[in-house]
Design a protein around this ligand. Structure first.
Ligand SMILES: *[C@@H]1O[C@H](CO)[C@@H](O)[C@H](O)[C@H]1NC(C)=O
Ligand SMILES: *[C@@H]1O[C@H](CO)[C@@H](O)[C@H](O)[C@H]1NC(C)=O
Ligand SMILES: *[C@@H]1O[C@H](CO)[C@@H](O)[C@H](O)[C@H]1NC(C)=O
Ligand SMILES: *[C@@H]1O[C@H](CO)[C@@H](O)[C@H](O)[C@H]1NC(C)=O
Ligand SMILES: *[C@@H]1O[C@H](CO)[C@@H](O)[C@H](O)[C@H]1NC(C)=O
Ligand SMILES: *[C@@H]1O[C@H](CO)[C@@H](O)[C@H](O)[C@H]1NC(C)=O
Ligand SMILES: *[C@@H]1O[C@H](CO)[C@@H](O)[C@H](O)[C@H]1NC(C)=O
Ligand SMILES: *[C@@H]1O[C@H](CO)[C@@H](O)[C@H](O)[C@H]1NC(C)=O
Ligand SMILES: *[C@@H]1O[C@H](CO)[C@@H](O)[C@H](O)[C@H]1NC(C)=O
Ligand SMILES: CC(=O)N[C@H]1CO[C@H](CO)[C@@H](O)[C@@H]1O
Length: 399
């Protein structure tokens, strides 16, 4: 564990394409100096010191070695730039990786595993999500500006409370919810993104919850070059390198429309970009503040038109919302052992159950999510989404 090896492809390559001194192995006695690069075995990535646009600050980073557009995918010392060209990357005998100034190499820092500290870019195989054992949370954090890699206001990661979901946060709160994993992708990633078979050409996504960690990652297939980035201005996007145009294609981004902005229509509201106005109450609910609602201020949301029959031993009904992005799952529970009928029965048996839906759409549909608090951030897609069942008083809309 005391050697970091990124073998260079050939000396000939460096003769023609690199002005730096080729170093291919980092050992306690062989450090990497500013101006040198380590290049990965097949020439895809380079590691070295760089300066972002419009600054002389130096950062240790990894970039695509051969792309015409200089694209940084990882930065080590994003909060602590070097101010001159005497930076050194070194690895100690105990396995610590250090960025220091020449002459000040010291062995006291902890081992630093780069993939555990993503910056604003997710590469194939890199995981997002918390370690449940150590609490270390792997998330993408935007740069402050294109000239400043220090942490900006936007962060995207996996929020673990309730049923885990992908969340894009800003200084003021949640901005966009990717929602819970539905077996193919995140429920709120959009109408077609994870169902579009053409995208499987490019990447495969994996999500899992184990005793040790909750994680999401993607792998590329067919040598595609693809990343997920958190922009300084709050946009998360998936990028695919297009060799023919020598530039990045944006395959997908969020937030993309009004209904993407959390919590678009308030509690028990439903957002639908294909209707006007875009917000309405879920059937069986009325605006909490009809005057504000009528003016297009949706923040107060909606309340039940009639109380649930639960407490009077009257059986309630369910209102189907097709094509749904599943609402906030912070106060929801998942049970992978019951099917949709079992889910409905369990919901009816518990007075705090407000809604239910399938947990996983793969394998013909398995498992169940039950919501026990108000329905927050529900939207529908013209195509895509899934069936969502809202509990209402018998008689439906309370009329
Ligand atoms: C960098 O500086 C130039 C010249 O001042 C300016 O035109 C450009 O917008 C700057 N770029 C960024 C990303 O700040
Ligand atoms: C580089 O900067 C560091 C930190 O300010 C300083 O200790 C060091 O002497 C500088 N080296 C040179 C050659 O300027
Ligand atoms: C994101 O990761 C950083 C670094 O591990 C951590 O400090 C932060 O709490 C995480 N979560 C959010 C929402 O920023
Ligand atoms: C981050 O948010 C704070 C508070 O909303 C704001 O003052 C600051 O300008 C923001 N910073 C960036 C880099 O957007
Ligand atoms: C998730 O992890 C469990 C064990 O931790 C494993 O048995 C299961 O195969 C994993 N599922 C996927 C889809 O990777
Ligand atoms: C380079 O190596 C990586 C890791 O083995 C592999 O995923 C990638 O497809 C290779 N790329 C090329 C262009 O050979
Ligand atoms: C955010 O920044 C990216 C990269 O700088 C840019 O391509 C995009 O247009 C910006 N988006 C918005 C909404 O400003
Ligand atoms: C509801 O039904 C249960 C048993 O079926 C009964 O014990 C209870 O008293 C009933 N409650 C009301 C309010 O009718
Ligand atoms: C109803 O659901 C809540 C939330 O999941 C749970 O705490 C409670 O134990 C459930 N009650 C019954 C009777 O199952
Ligand atoms: C390699 C090296 O210089 N290690 C030193 C780093 O600093 C500690 C404490 O100051 C010394 O004990 C090491 O010898």
């Amino acid at each position: 564990m005391s050697e970091l090896i990124l073998p260079s492809i050939s000396l000939l390559f460096f003769t023609f394409f690199s002005i730096s001194i080729a170093v291919d192995t980092l050992t306690p006695s062989r450090q990497l100096f500013d101006g040198e690069t380590l290049v990965s075995a097949n020439g895809t990535f380079a590691l070295g010191f760089f300066s972002p646009l419009n600054t002389t600050n130096r950062y240790l980073g990894i970039w695509y070695h051969n792309l015409a557009v200089h694209t940084i995918v990882w930065v080590a010392n994003r909060r602590i730039p070097l101010t001159n060209l005497t930076g050194i990357l070194s690895i100690t005998t105990t396995g610590s990786l250090h960025v220091t100034y020449f002459g000040s190499v010291n062995s006291s820092s902890m081992l630093w595993q780069s993939f555990d500290y993503p910056t604003d870019t997710m590469l194939p195989g890199m995981k997002l999500g918390p370690y449940l054992t150590t609490g270390l949370d792997r998330n993408l954090t935007a740069w402050r500006s294109p000239s400043d890699p220090s942490p900006g206001n936007y962060t995207i990661g996996i929020y673990a409370d309730g049923v885990p979901q992908m969340v894009l946060r800003t200084a003021g709160g949640w901005l966009w919810r990717g929602g819970p994993w539905n077996g193919f992708g995140f429920s709120g990633a959009g109408p077609t993104q994870f169902y579009d078979i053409s995208l499987y050409r490019v990447f495969l996504s994996v999500f899992n919850v184990t005793k040790e960690e909750i994680f999401y990652y993607f792998n590329t297939v067919n040598d595609a070059i693809t990343t997920l980035t958190m922009d300084h201005n709050g946009t998360v996007r998936r990028n695919e390198w297009e060799a023919s145009s020598e530039n990045w294609n944006i395959d997908w981004l969020a937030p993309g429309d009004y209904c993407d902005f959390f919590p678009a229509c308030g509690a028990n509201g439903l957002c639908d970009t294909s209707s006007s106005p875009v917000c309405r109450c879920v059937e069986g609910f009325d605006p909490r503040n009809p005057v504000n609602w009528g003016r297009g201020d949706w923040s107060d949301g909606c309340v039940r038109a009639a109380p649930l029959g639960c407490h009077a031993n009257v059986t309630d009904d369910f209102m189907l919302v097709p094509g749904a992005k599943l609402p906030d799952t912070r106060e929801a529970v998942e049970d992978m052992s019951i099917d949709l009928d079992g889910c409905r029965a369990r919901c009816l048996m518990n007075c705090s159950c407000q809604a239910y839906a399938r947990a996983d759409l793969s394998q013909g549909g398995i498992g169940c999510i039950i919501w026990t608090a108000e329905i927050i951030d529900l939207r529908v897609y013209a195509n895509g989404g899934q069936d969502f069942f809202v509990r209402v008083a018998a008689g439906g809309n309370g009329a």
